[in-house]
Design a binder for this molecule. Structure first.
Ligand SMILES: Cc1ncc(COP(=O)(O)O)c(C=O)c1O
Length: 406
């Protein structure tokens, strides 16, 4: 019999979004007149901005002419995009990152799932709890997480770093020493962001222990002010201990177009091996490059028009987040996040569980959220709402919540 990867059998079912969809469909069938407001999904709703659309059109035309046709893209990304990224996202913030340290990809989901391939099977990972599930599941598939305990909803080889209201959603440095530390800031799902001091603390810790930090900055564009670092390379010492993951999904609406990148500095070396060289090798072997037209679209994001247009779009989502946050606070709820992030992390009132509160919002206000417990045990008692919907829906949702009896 052909052996299969037994690690897949250890994975708990991923019931979160399918259960949410099933309950929403059942409710809608029973109440066809109800106008559901969907504040559960993490997908954008606004169309691509004009600068991106124009770049796409131009690139499509080029692909239709023999003189300008492009075949396989360079597997690490076109120089025009890597240079725009290095200048716009890093050098403009004083970060010492060059174009040759940027690896263009089809998005941060693939990168955040694939990056673990650089590390040995015995490497211990540390993750925040609650957490974006891809980090844990990709390591579980690689056999790095041990055994899953359905009672505790935890893997026995994973080091969990609880993020709770008590610690301001800033995880303490792990007591057990991990080899890999996954951090996401601004965070999905809690909507909170790590301060410069907290992130520097993790960089110093990794510098001391030799751990590698995998820093997911997919929501970087939502950061306000100068207090919160946009990149881990704003921290001293990060070039020798950190990899950063970025996405064009939430800043420029590329969820359906697909584009992202990973930064692996040349200085990042473990056990005598250059992680930069290893990722280059891995990318070259397993990836044939993001499409030319999509990379041209990505380049357009960094033009002055592109920047102005995406800033306006992000501003619209941030406005929704403000409407939700203020509405919820007015209605007496305890709510976190939603300032440097499109996500709000809402405490279920009266000791309700995440699913009880989910049902309550669905049946009494026809509002769809995402139960926090689906992101990890420390998410129990919370619900995630997103600001990616339409403004009028955000306003209407808050009117319904204000009039809702618990
Ligand atoms: C924390 C985090 N990282 C990565 C991603 C995936 O981004 P992409 O669309 O670039 O694959 C998401 C998407 O929701 C996310 O929440």
């Amino acid at each position: 019999m052909t052996p299969v990867n037994e690690n897949f059998a250890k994975l708990p079912g991923s019931y979160l979004f399918s259960t949410v969809a099933r309950r929403a469909a059942a409710y809608q069938e029973a109440h066809p007149e109800a106008e559901l407001i969907r504040l559960g999904i993490g997908d954008v709703t606004k169309p691509l901005v004009p600068a991106v659309i124009e770049a796409l059109h131009r690139a499509v035309e080029e692909m239709g002419r023999a003189e300008t046709f492009r075949g396989y893209a360079p597997d690490l990304g076109y120089a025009f995009l890597r240079e725009a990224i290095a200048a716009g996202d890093f050098q403009a913030r004083g970060c010492d990152i060059g174009p040759d340290e940027i690896f263009v990809s089809d998005g941060a989901k693939s990168d955040s799932a694939n990056i673990q391939e650089l590390f040995g099977p015995e490497a211990r990972i540390a993750v925040c709890d609650p957490v974006y599930p891809v980090y844990v599941d990709s390591n579980a598939m690689a056999g790095r997480c041990g055994t899953y305990d359905p009672e505790k909803e935890k893997w026995d080889r994973v080091i969990y770093m609880p993020c709770t209201a008590e610690n301001g959603f800033t995880p303490a440095l792990p007591e057990e020493e991990p080899d890999l530390i996954y951090l996401c800031s601004p965070n999905n799902p809690t909507g909170t962001a790590l301060s410069r001091q907290a992130l520097q603390g993790f960089v110093d810790y990794a510098g001391r222990t030799g751990a590698v930090i995998l820093f997911d900055a997919a929501y970087e564009a939502y950061i306000e002010g100068e207090e919160i670092p946009h990149s881990i390379y704003e921290c001293e010492g990060a070039r020798t201990c950190a990899i950063e993951l970025r996405s064009f999904s939430k800043n420029a609406g590329f969820t359906g177009l697909r584009l992202g990148y990973t930064v692996v500095p040349r200085d990042l070396v473990r056990n005598g091996a250059s992680l930069h060289a290893m990722w280059k090798r891995r990318h070259g072997t397993k990836f044939n490059g993001a499409p030319y037209i999509v990379q041209r679209a990505g380049e357009a994001v960094y033009t002055p028009e592109g920047q102005a247009q995406i800033r306006a779009q992000i501003g619209g989502y941030k406005d929704n987040a403000r409407i939700l946050r203020e509405g919820l606070e007015r209605a007496g709820y305890q709510v976190f996040g939603g300032v440097h992030s499109p996500y709000l992390w809402l405490k279920a009132p009266g000791g309700m569980t995440s699913w009880e509160f989910f049902d309550c919002l669905l049946t009494r206000a026809s509002i769809l959220g995402t139960p926090g417990s689906g992101f990890g045990p420390s998410g129990e008692g919370y619900l995630r709402l997103t600001a990616f919907g339409r403004r009028e829906d955000s306003v209407l949702a808050m009117e319904r919540i204000a009039g809702m009896e618990l």
